[in-house]
Design a protein around this ligand. Structure first.
Ligand SMILES: [Zn+2]
Length: 193
């Protein structure tokens, strides 16, 4: 939706790097495990965490966001389903029907309502609710996993890096979460050996 998308992540060793998950539903996985190489690490402890996260997402939600305790559970469930589907897609494995059910449930709610401003900029009708946001994530996931781009879902080829992304490069040759992170480490390793 926007060109300069991506998030700045901090690795366990302190390195900060830009990571572009390529699409909203895979970006949402970062609300669980921002550090590459770490197992699922919860970022959403209270509704305020979800509100903050939504503000950082590629939907460019700049106004009020409303989230409650129940939304945290819904967010965790949806994120788990997307994670599961993406990992299986990246490995060429079959999907689990239970995960599809979670997507359908979240997508059934209305998504955020887009508005166009005086200077023709796209915004949203505020407040945006967490339910609306999760619907947008689920709808994005349905488009992804039901379409041809599912073949472009990849896990970073870096050692102990589990970041998942949609390879949107024209030739479809993206292997790394970031050239500045795993890409460089691989280059150094190849040079040393
Ligand atoms: Zn990586």
């Amino acid at each position: 939706m926007n060109g300069a998308s991506g998030m700045t992540l901090t690795a366990p060793d302190g390195q900060r790097f830009r990571f572009d998950a390529g699409t909203l539903c895979l970006e949402f996985l970062l609300a669980g495990a921002i550090e590459p190489g770490e197992p699922l690490h919860e970022r959403l402890h209270e509704p305020g965490d979800l509100v903050a996260w939504i503000g950082r997402s590629r939907l460019e939600v700049e106004g009020d966001v409303v989230a409650g305790q129940g939304d945290l559970m819904a967010a965790g469930r949806l994120r788990g389903a997307v994670q599961h589907l993406a990992e299986r897609a990246a490995r060429g494995e079959a999907h689990d029907a239970v995960d599809l059910w979670v997507l359908n449930e979240a997508a059934a709610a209305p998504p955020p309502v887009p508005v166009i401003g005086d200077t023709l900029e796209r915004g949203w009708s505020y407040p945006v609710t967490a339910t609306q946001f999760l619907s947008a994530v689920a709808r994005d996931a349905i488009e992804l996993f039901s379409g041809p781009l599912v073949k472009r879902v990849r896990m970073c080829a870096g050692e102990r890096c589990h970041l998942l992304f949609l390879d949107t490069s024209r030739p479809g040759t993206r292997r790394w979460c970031s050239m500045n992170r795993c890409g460089n480490r691989q280059k150094l390793r190849t040079r040393r050996s």
